[in-house]
Design a protein around this ligand. Structure first.
Ligand code: NAP
Length: 283
């Protein structure tokens, strides 16, 4: 057999599926890791529209993809197309990573571990902590699961749409946390004295002001904004001004990508290489 053809038939293909997908940073991250480790793999973005997920997954199978990441709007619906779910994905009802082996598709959720990764790297303990969480969407659900898994004490969930906050508070209670729900306008008074203040809304992406005032932040709190573009949101700037410990959204993105890499390749991800690739792609 032609040597070139033989080699290319061994290339393992990975994808990220979603819509919009053009600006996904995942291909930069994973391709940088492949180059660094000399892996014969490639990673591409594949636009799959809402309503076309079944056909999109069939295409992934037909090209023999070894795995794929799943992003907005498919993280919940994709569970219907999978053969197995790991414990984190099953408890959240959402998947962001799929591994394919012998035509079996197994779904994982690496957002929970990805969120925890920068806290672990800083040695910040979570046991018994008091948390204010802004947002009640998919990422907020993974964050509730993360705090529950690490034995946090209580969480106040504030959201623009109150029923969504109440529903997430029910999930938090079922996961073992004490929880309350409120509207976003309560963020200021509920922030004071918390160990963690987390933004998991889209607020900040357009440089909007955070509903949390600087006066509610202190050097004792850890402020974590999962918005990664821009890196320095209004909340991050206020946290810096007040001397809080800061965690940037890109660190969660990096953490979840490293975890996906480890699931697919069974080896430690090259964190520093992937971090450089990510920061090179951020303004
Ligand atoms: P999602 O499921 O669509 O949830 C969006 C959340 O933002 C909801 O709580 C929504 O409130 C709130 N929101 C949207 N626009 C708002 C506005 N104008 N004012 C106030 N609240 C608003 O999305 P998601 O997947 O959870 O993502 C949320 C954010 O996290 C996005 O910015 C995303 O880029 C970021 N993210 C980062 C990472 C990372 O690795 N760093 C991972 C996942 C997501 P309603 O319920 O009222 O609509």
């Amino acid at each position: 057999m032609n040597r070139h053809l033989k080699m290319s038939s061994m290339v393992r293909t990975f994808l990220v599926i979603g819509d919009p997908i053009d600006h996904s940073l995942s291909p930069n991250l994973h391709n940088a890791a492949f180059r660094d480790l000399g892996l014969d793999c490639t990673y591409m973005a594949y636009r799959v529209l809402r309503g076309e997920l079944g056909a999109g997954i069939e295409s992934c199978k037909r090209i023999g993809a070894a795995g794929f990441n799943v992003t907005i709007p498919h993280k919940v619906e994709v569970t219907q197309y999978l053969d197995e779910l790991d414990e984190a994905a099953a408890s959240m009802g959402a998947v962001n990573t799929v591994a394919a082996s012998d035509r079996i598709l197994k779904g994982y959720n690496t957002d929970r571990d990805g969120f925890l990764d920068p806290l672990r790297r800083r040695g910040i303990s979570i046991g018994g902590a008091s948390v204010l969480l802004l947002g009640a969407g998919g990422a907020a659900r993974a964050i509730v699961a993360a705090f529950a898994a690490e034995g946090a004490g209580n969480v106040a969930i504030v959201n623009r749409t109150l029923p969504a906050a109440k529903s997430l508070a029910d999930f938090a209670e079922a996961s073992g946390l004490r929880a309350e729900a409120a509207g976003l306008e309560e963020a200021g008074c509920l922030a004071a004295g918390r160990d963690f203040i987390i933004n998991a809304t889209s607020l900040g992406m357009q440089d909007e002001p955070s509903p949390v005032p600087a006066s509610s932040l202190s050097p004792d709190s850890t402020v974590y904004d999962i918005v990664y573009k821009p890196m320095k949101t209004d909340l991050i700037r206020k946290a810096k001004e007040m001397g809080s410990t800061i965690v940037y959204g890109y660190e969660m993105l990096l953490g979840q990508a490293c975890r996906s890499f480890e699931i697919w390749h069974g080896m430690e991800a090259p964190y520093d290489t992937m971090k450089r690739a990510l920061l090179g792609g951020l303004p």
